[in-house]
Ligand binder design. Structure first.
Ligand code: FAD
Ligand code: MLT
Ligand code: ZN
Length: 505
């Protein structure tokens, strides 16, 4: 029911004429294919051959519905190129036929960025068959990988050669590096290593006219003019298709020390972060905040979940320190003393320090299943915000007050990367289930959270991107000048707007 209301809401809000209709219902089609479109489709089929594309509506279904089940689009064909040249040839055909292209990786986008629209013709270009590791240079601390490599596979490949690729997020078993780079993904290790953008030395991109922009440089220093790779990192498939990238690697951490802490308040959490960073010699890798309701939902919906602490608390922190040396007793001892001093000072109410890798994984399971359990519980209005780290406590309070003014019985599902100033400040419907009223307040709840974000100098999209979900809101929170520059770049590279139309701008 909740999703049904969301679909109807989006239908009105985003002008999608048939959000609730079945994508297989051909008579509902809301657009006409031109002769040029039909020619483009036929040329792509001939180019790639029958094993390289699908057109059956039911088989294409996983490619047109987003991870949250909120956006349902429509497409004419899903194509799976195997090489950069094939991508370039497909894009050239689409440019000639003005056929829109939706680049897709693992389709785990949180903002409807990776699925086609319902009311415009398109093809989905899925990168999953471009999944080779082209080069691994251990001494240069780099690997050159194709866009369709699954993130977890890349982490494993690095690890097997005693190297570390630090990008990490709960969707790592299915998201692909091309999607990670196209969204400039964040995740749980940004505090120490930065966003995806900071983990890239070079990219290979197919431009909207089909030209290949070769940029697979494995250089840490290169000031030969504009750094073009940054145009494509975080552009959500609207400027071109990333086909490969050179990724930065790091020494593999050997000592990893994890604690699951109940903290007395959000401001106590931030004070704990300060102390942990300074007193550990800046060895904090992860600092994740987890609210009471997140714990409740994970314990309720995810089998074998266990609360590591004896009592119920309102706020938790998952904190990890890392060392590149094994059995770093000094760091472990320092960790213990940071935690016990924080306990004496009332910042921490209770804490568990992982004594084994299994225990550490059990802590992570509580954090990483936040999104999944929230999805099982129903739906919620998601916010992916950032503010300066120092402003998190006052933002948290002010934003929640603002939400409660709109919906006094709303429930807060807050969690995320507090160490980066990034919270997933999600609002769930009242337990009493006034779903329709709640959804009708969608705009007002967004406004309550996002205007507070703005007041604190924050961002309405810290890591997930804009996609379809925040496209309308972007214009309220970006300056006119910034929007004009974005539009000029888009028009310069993609004058016919064939790259992921209806997303971002
Ligand atoms: P897709 O969803 O397929 O695509 C995402 C966007 O990139 C779309 O706009 C698409 O058109 C474009 N795109 C995809 N591939 C290419 C390409 N090769 N070239 C050009 N454009 C392309 N995100 C975070 O930042 N941090 C998190 O902690 C995080 N946790 C998540 C946890 C869960 C359980 C889930 C479901 C999602 C999470 N996400 C998170 C969101 C999502 O996983 C990331 O944005 C991820 O990086 C997307 O990768 P993907 O391969 O699934 O891309
Ligand atoms: C996370 O940090 O787990 C994600 O960004 C996903 C979410 O916001 O639900
Ligand atoms: Zn996140």
């Amino acid at each position: 029911h909740f999703l049904l209301f969301i679909h109807s809401y989006l239908k009105t809000k985003l002008g999608c004429t048939k959000v609730m209709s079945s994508v297989s219902d051909a008579k509902d089609q809301t657009y006409e294919l031109t002769a040029a479109h039909l020619e483009a489709l036929s040329k792509i089929k001939t180019l790639i051959g029958p094993s390289g594309y699908i057109t059956e509506t039911d088989v294409m279904q996983p490619h047109v519905v987003d991870w949250r089940g909120i956006y349902k689009g429509r497409t004419e064909l899903v194509v799976y190129p195997k090489t950069t040249q094939e991508v370039a040839d497909i894009v050239k055909i689409c440019a000639q036929g003005v056929m829109p292209i939706v680049p897709q990786g693992g389709n785990t986008s949180m903002c409807g960025g990776s699925v086609p629209l319902e009311n415009s013709p398109s093809i989905v270009l899925c990168l999953s068959r471009m999944n080779r590791i082209r080069d691994f240079d251990k001494n240069n601390y780099t690997m050159t990988v194709e866009a369709g490599c699954i993130l977890q596979k890349l982490q494993q490949t690095a690890s097997e050669s005693d190297r570390y690729f630090p990008l990490s997020l709960a969707a790592e078993g299915s998201c692909m590096i091309g999607g990670n780079l196209a969204t400039n993904a964040g995740g749980t290790n940004v505090l120490r290593y930065g966003n995806a953008r900071e983990l890239v030395l070079g990219v290979e991109v197919v431009l909207p006219d089909g030209q290949i922009l070769e940029g697979l440089h494995a250089l840490r220093k290169d000031n030969t003019g504009y750094d073009l790779k940054h145009l494509f990192l975080g552009s959500e498939g609207t400027l071109g298709i990333i086909t490969a990238a050179v990724l930065k690697l790091f020494p593999k951490p050997r000592g990893i020390y994890a604690a699951y802490c109940a903290v007395s308040s959000v401001s106590a959490a931030i004070e704990l972060l300060n102390r942990a960073r300074t007193e550990s010699g800046d060895c904090v890798e992860t600092f994740e905040l987890i609210s009471r309701l997140v714990m409740d939902l994970v314990l309720k919906h995810i089998p074998n979940s266990q609360d590591p602490l004896g009592q119920r608390y309102q706020h938790y922190v998952l904190l990890e320190l890392v060392s590149t040396t094994e059995d770093n007793h000094e760091l472990y001892n320092r960790f213990e003393s940071i935690l016990s001093k924080a306990m004496e000072d009332g910042l921490i109410l209770d804490a568990a320090l992982a004594q084994s890798e299994d225990q550490r994984q059990a802590f992570w399971s509580l954090r990483e299943n936040a999104t999944e359990s929230q999805k099982i519980e129903g739906a919620s209005i998601k916010h992916d915000i950032s503010v300066p780290i120092s402003s998190i406590p006052s933002f948290y309070e002010a934003a929640w007050d603002a939400v409660l003014e709109v919906e006094p019985e709303a429930r807060l599902i807050a969690f995320g990367h507090a160490g980066d100033g990034n919270l997933h400040f999600n609002v769930a419907e009242p337990e009493t289930g006034k779903t329709e009223d709640f959804i009708n307040n969608w705009d007002r709840i967004n406004e309550a959270v996002h205007s507070t974000v703005h007041k604190y100098g924050g961002s309405i999209s810290a890591e997930h991107g804009i996609g379809q979900l925040k496209r309308e809101e972007l214009v309220h929170y970006k300056t006119e000048t910034a929007l004009q520059v974005m539009q000029k770049i888009k028009t310069a590279l993609d004058p016919n707007s064939i790259m992921n139309p209806g997303k971002v701008i």
